[in-house]
Write a protein that binds this ligand. Structure first.
Ligand code: DGY
Length: 324
């Protein structure tokens, strides 16, 4: 079986697939295939490893009928037309669990960095504007005993809630499609409606997986329902929020601060007005950027494609219904 990788993945995944006898076509790091090479190489392959959420839609499947399996190098799969994949009986693999700790670490980091105005003060030091103790300086806020509102209590949301509770004794409330009694027990968490989550949270942290219908759910109206001293954190998908509305909500002091690891669109322009605000921190989608998480993701990709090459179901598959 021949596999096309649109970007290299960590060595552990390459090694596993090569040892299993898979033939890999991989561009060099920082030297992507040209459009022509890409089309040519994809045509030679039976499966693809998708790094970086490239769209896998109807047009992709039409142009590449030879591709019979996709292994996403991500837990999210909102870039894939799952209905079309199901129709064509193409399994889509992903990487759940292995990046939950790393991604929730970034949400936790953003929450604290924003609460203590980290971007503002870091810029101050870098620009030589640190002149000593200044009573006029902006003040941050503390998180002890506050309420964390998790939007999407899956594996990543759970890890974030655990840290908030352990470090700051925060109360945990959450909103999901349905309650999760197991997580509630461990966290002492309370399931609430979306409006209650907005009304009662000191920090709203988005961890849901993105699905159609959720586009820019966090808009002017929703920010208007949050506490004026609340912090908005998004480490899930930028499509969940409207960035102009977020800027206005911050500027008009409808909410207090925001930390984003995902933006809408990505990459964010360096001229984006959000970057001028003291109580905002933006990171370039680095949730899974640790050695441990990326190695785990590479292992899952390899396990998925090795299983596929043997005619077995992918062990980490988002559409197991294709196996009937
Ligand atoms: C994921 O795994 O979904 C991360 O957001 C990287 O895209």
């Amino acid at each position: 079986m021949r596999v096309f990788l649109n970007q290299p993945i960590p060595a552990i995944g390459i090694q596993m697939m090569e040892e299993a006898g898979l033939d890999l076509i991989i561009p060099e790091l920082r030297n992507p295939f040209s459009d022509h090479e890409r089309i040519k190489y994809l045509k030679l392959c039976d499966a693809m490893v998708n790094v970086g959420l490239e769209p896998i839609n109807k047009s992709f499947f039409e142009k590449n009928p030879q591709i019979k399996a996709i292994a996403q190098f991500s837990v999210g799969y909102n870039n894939v037309d799952i209905d079309e994949a199901n129709r064509l009986k193409i399994p889509i693999g992903n990487t759940p669990g292995v990046l939950s700790k790393a991604t929730s670490d970034v949400a936790f980091l953003l929450m604290q960095f924003v609460a203590r105005l980290g971007s503002f003060y870091y810029d101050k030091v870098k620009s030589g504007d640190w002149h000593g103790f200044d009573m006029e300086d902006l003040l941050g806020i503390e998180l002890y005993g506050k309420t964390i509102g998790i939007f999407g209590m899956g594996r990543i949301g759970f890890e974030m809630a655990k840290k908030c509770k352990a470090a700051f004794g925060m109360n945990v409330i959450y909103h999901n499609r349905k309650p999760n009694p197991e997580y509630e027990k461990v966290l002492g968490a309370k399931y609430v409606s979306f409006d209650e989550l907005l009304k009662d949270s000191d920090v709203v942290s988005v961890h849901a997986s993105f699905s159609p219908g959720c586009e820019e759910l966090f808009n002017a109206e929703v920010f208007g329902k949050m506490k004026t001293d609340a912090i908005f954190i998004n480490t899930a998908r930028g499509d969940f929020h409207n960035e102009k509305d977020l800027y206005n909500a911050l500027n008009e002091k409808k909410i207090w601060g925001a930390g984003l690891d995902v933006t809408n669109p990505e990459p964010m322009s360096r001229h984006n007005q959000l970057l001028k605000l003291p109580n905002v921190c933006v990171l370039p989608h680095i949730g899974s950027s640790t050695v441990e998480a990326r190695d785990g993701m590479a292992r899952y990709v390899a396990e998925n494609l090795i299983a596929f090459s043997k005619g077995q179901p992918m062990p980490h598959c988002v559409n197991p219904e294709v196996y009937g």
